[in-house]
Design a protein around this ligand. Structure first.
Ligand SMILES: [Zn+2]
Length: 119
């Protein structure tokens, strides 16, 4: 009849080896999943044919479906966001005449060109 501490040792050994096995399995499984998710990262074409799970991962990471960069209101000194519903000016300047807005926009474009040339 083994002593109680011997049984405890055996159980502990069993638990240790079991948990290390589980750990190994989990780690290799996690690694496989990560490699799966990121393996095709370099080639977008590989991801396009991927299943819905992969697509979800890509959607979360890449945000491929976001709209373009934020447009700002072209009115000088105004740093509000422009919205397409207002004709690409901000809500504050949506009542300005289109000709004015056009002028502002052209001025802004010219400014950008200057900056580009200077750089
Ligand atoms: Zn504005």
């Amino acid at each position: 009849m083994p002593k109680k501490s011997d049984i405890q040792d055996l159980v502990q050994q069993f638990v240790d080896s079991l948990s290390s096995l589980i750990e190994q399995d989990t780690v290799s499984r996690a690694r496989a999943a990560v490699l799966n998710a990121f393996g095709g990262h370099a080639s977008a074409g590989a991801l396009r044919g991927a299943g819905p799970a992969k697509a979800a991962v890509v959607g979360r990471l890449g945000r491929k479906r976001r709209k373009g960069p934020i447009q700002l209101c072209p009115v000088p000194g105004c740093s509000n966001r422009a919205a397409p519903v207002f004709g690409m000016v901000c809500s504050k300047h949506k009542d300005l005449p289109k000709a004015e807005i056009k002028k502002f926009r052209e001025a802004r474009r010219a400014q950008k060109q200057k900056v580009k040339k200077a750089a």
